[in-house]
Design a protein around this ligand. Sequence first.
Ligand code: FA5
Length: 345
Amino acid sequence: MADAALVDWATLETDGLAGLHAADDEPALRAWNTRFFGDKGLVKAAMGGIAKVPKESRAAFGQEANRVKVALETEYAARLDSAREAALVAGLTADPLDVTLPGRPRPRGVLHPATQILRQIYAICADMGFQVYRSREVESDEFNFELLNMPEHHPARDMWDTFFTETPGQILRTHTSPGQIHVMREMAPNPVRVILPGMCYRNEAISTRSEIQFLQVEGLVIGEGVTMADLKGTLTAFARRMFGPDRQVRIRSSYFPFTEPSIEVDIDWPKEDPNRDRLTKGTGWLEILGAGMVHPTVLRNGGYDPDKVTGFAFGMGPQRMLMLKAAIDDIRLFWGNDVRFLAQF
Ligand code: FA5
C-alpha cells in the first residue's frame, strides 16, 4: 500500500480486517485505528483518490468507500470491546474475587443515649415554650458561686466538690446554674423562659448514681407574677411526659442558696426491679432534680428588680432520668464506651 490512492477499496478492507484480527489488545487496536482512520491514515488517503476517478464512476466510488469505512469501524468497535473485556477477566483471574460471597454488613450507628435523652428533654421543653441557651463549662468562681448567693467561705459551697484550674478563680462548673446569671444579664429586663443543657464536673466519689462528669439541664423562667404553683405545674407536666402517667412524682422541700423556697423532685423506681433498694438507698425514690423560686439576691445580680418580677429555676440530671426510664443500674455505663451497652438504645 505504498500509494494509498491507487489501492482499491476491497483490498483496503481485506488488509484492514486482517490488521484488526492480528491486534489482540487495546494499545495494538488503537495503533491500528491511527493507521487507518488517523489524519494521515490510509482511509483518508484512499478518499483523496476520488480526484482521479472519472466523473460517472464517482458515485459508485463514494458508496464503496462508505461501505468499507462502516465495515472497518464496526469491526474496530467490536474488537475494542472484546479486548477490554479480556483484560478485565485477566485481571480478575490474577486476583480472584468471589462475587457470590455475601457482603459484610456494616453496623448502623445510633445516637449516644445521653444525646437521645437530651433531645427528648428539648422536645418536651420546646412544647412548653422554652428556648435552648448554651453556656460555658469553665466558669469563674464569681458566676459558679458568688453571684448565686454563695460568697467566699459560705458553707453551702461544700455541696459542690469543685475541680479548680491552674488559673486562680477559674473552675470547672459544678452545675449549670451559673448560666442563669449569663442569661439574665443578656435578657434583663425582659421575661425569660430558657433551658441550659451541658456538662458539669464534681470532684466527688464515683458511684452507681454519681459521676465526676455528668450532664445537667438547667431551667429558668422569669416574669411578672411567676409563682411556685407555676414551678410545680411545669415540673409535674414535664415528669408526666417524660415518664408516663403511671410514675409517681414526689416533691420535697430542700435547700439551695440561690432559690427560696427550694425543692427537690423524686420519681418512684419500678417496684418490680430487683435493684430498686440498692439504687434508691432503700427509699424507692430517685432524685432527678433540684428547683425553687429564684432568690431575690440572684435576680438582682442578674439585673432584675425583685420587686417587679419573680422567677423559678430547676436543675435536672438527664442521665438519672434515662436510668429510670430504661432501668439502667449504673451511671458509669454512660461514659464507659462499651458498644454493647450503647447499641441497645
Ligand atoms: C444542683 O446542682 C442545683 N444547681 C440544681 C438547682 C438548679 C436547684 C436551679 C435550684 C435551682 P444538685 O446538686 O442536687 O443541684 O444536682 C441537680 C441534679 O443533677 C441532681 O438531681 C441529679 O439528677 C444530677 N446530679 C447531681 N450530681 C450528679 C452526679 N455526680 N452524677 C450524675 N448526676 C448528678
